[in-house]
Write a protein that binds this ligand. Structure first.
Ligand code: SIN
Length: 273
């Protein structure tokens, strides 16, 4: 770890790790990457240029690969999902704040994004710390949220043709319940676990009743103070923990292409804090 350099991106979210080769890192080195991930929520590692095989091997260190059932797979490596923008595409994949796979009963632990083709400007990814958001709330709000659970659904993929995703009918599953404040499975840290793409309503509350509190929470948890903005570099890899952060892909490079390869790693059912 002598030549490794870990630098925080912002006060509450993310770190940049330099001097490491993910493709040839030892198990003990990858354990340090994982503990840094649990501390900072998202780790960016420049100058990796991972092949699909390297990407899959890296993902398998973190756990079993959870193949996304909606995204287009990379033809030669179907365990990897394509996050592709073509010049004429009106929207981008992930262009609103969200948590990958929160619609699953055991939602993805982490996602690993590998930059393959970047636009000449823009296409940054924002991350927001859900543990910092929780810590900053009043105890009154924390206490109320700790008693709630919310329904999450994959229904928003019905309207995903604008981002080039054409889901098969059989991909859709029933909504699932998660605690609104989850306990991080490894560190025990409390994290807010509702997101604008997939959360529908609180348990035993109607959609209409849930909307004002959810709207407040989405604005609160994505305040700039909880965020970091990742400006992609060729060959960069980002690894984020989907319990600790939400993310948002910026659609500001109209007319240009962008291609990222994404692997999501399987997680566990989430417990209340
Ligand atoms: C995603 O939502 O997983 C994609 C993020 C990105 O393309 O920056």
């Amino acid at each position: 770890m002598n030549t490794w350099k870990l630098t925080k991106l912002t006060g509450h979210c993310g770190a940049r790790l330099e001097g490491v080769s993910l493709a040839s890192a030892s198990t003990s080195q990858l354990e340090i990457v994982r503990s840094s991930l649990f501390e900072h929520g998202v780790i960016i590692i420049p100058e990796q240029h991972l092949s699909p095989e390297d990407h899959i091997k890296l993902a398998k260190f973190f756990g079993e690969i959870d193949v996304n059932r909606f995204f287009t797979p990379v033809a030669s490596h179907p365990m990897i999902a394509e996050v592709r923008t073509v010049p004429e595409q009106p929207e981008v994949i992930g262009g609103t704040w969200h948590t990958d796979h929160s619609y699953d009963a055991a939602p993805a632990m982490c996602s690993i994004l590998n930059a393959r083709q970047l636009p000449p400007f823009g296409g940054d990814t924002h991350f927001a710390s859900m543990s910092a958001a929780y810590r900053t709330m009043s105890s009154g709000l924390q206490n109320m949220l700790r008693d709630l659970r919310a329904w999450h659904s994959d229904g928003s993929f019905v309207n995903s043709t604008d981002v080039g995703i054409k889901p098969k009918k059989e991909a859709f599953r029933d909504p699932v319940l998660h605690p609104v404040i989850v306990k991080h499975p490894h560190t025990g840290a409390p994290c807010v676990y509702v997101n604008g793409d997939f959360t529908v309503n609180f348990e035993n509350w109607s959609v209409e009743e849930s909307a004002p509190l959810l709207t407040f929470l989405y604005a609160f948890i994505t305040k700039p103070i909880f965020t970091a903005r990742v400006v992609w570099e060729p060959g960069m890899v980002a690894i984020w923990d989907n319990r600790l952060v939400q993310h948002y892909a910026t659609a500001d490079y109209s007319g240009y292409s962008r291609l990222m390869h994404r692997i999501t790693v399987a997680g566990v059912p989430l417990e209340a804090f």
